[in-house]
Design a binder for this molecule. Structure first.
Ligand code: ATP
Length: 183
């Protein structure tokens, strides 16, 4: 089996994430893609505006089950979320699988700052997702970040073209990210 791992703050998860992960799932013929919200990303500020449970729920409302499987491994683990620990967990669970690590090009650029990056490369193949520009043949990235979406929501702007309808509903119902709630 071929398993992809796609980690991030997902604060909130958006259609840019989904589009990129769907493309790579097809391109690499992945059998499953684990979507893994991080508890405390080592190289970023702690997620604000939504709880761990909210981010998990939002991932479930953004990434459809099969091939996607939203998983709470990093949320359950105490301390910072290191990709190497997550990869070891996947390797222990699926000793025979080929593992693919899906990362955006911004993350790829700072990959050598990651804990045990050499060991990561021994465990998984890196797949870099373009975030802007022309992308790859058959793939045009959606140029959006969670930061931009949080700003739009706090300003009361319409973010519906960047979020799944169900994720947007969840955010507005709970007034996450300073959004004003449902109209
Ligand atoms: P923030 O704005 O809060 O920093 P983000 O939008 O970069 O968040 P993350 O949750 O940090 O989102 O991203 C998870 C992974 O998805 C990272 O590897 C990131 O590079 C990648 N990614 C984020 N947005 C896109 C996008 N629009 N297209 C392709 N990949 C993306």
């Amino acid at each position: 089996m071929k398993t992809g791992l796609f980690g991030g703050s997902f604060n909130p998860p958006h259609l840019g994430h989904l589009r990129a992960a769907e493309f790579f799932a097809r391109a690499y013929a992945l059998d499953r893609v684990l979507v893994i919200p991080a508890a405390a990303p080592p190289l970023k500020a702690a997620p604000a505006g939504a709880s761990n449970a909210d981010r998990l729920a939002l991932c479930r409302r953004t990434f459809p089950a099969g091939p996607f499987d939203v998983c709470d491994w990093e949320l359950r683990r105490p301390g910072p979320s290191y990709t190497i620990d997550t990869l070891r967990q996947a390797r222990a669970l699926w000793p025979e699988d080929r593992l693919f690590l899906l990362v955006g090009e911004d993350q790829r650029a700072q990959f050598r700052q990651w804990k045990d990056w050499r060991e990561i490369l021994g465990l998984a193949q890196l797949a870099a997702l373009p975030r802007s520009g022309q992308g790859l043949s058959g793939f045009v990235p959606l140029e959006i970040s969670s930061t931009q979406i949080r700003r739009m929501l706090a300003a009361g702007e319409d973010a519906s073209r960047y979020l799944s309808p169900s994720a947007l509903k969840y955010i507005l119902e709970r007034k996450l990210y300073g959004s004003g709630g449902l109209p």
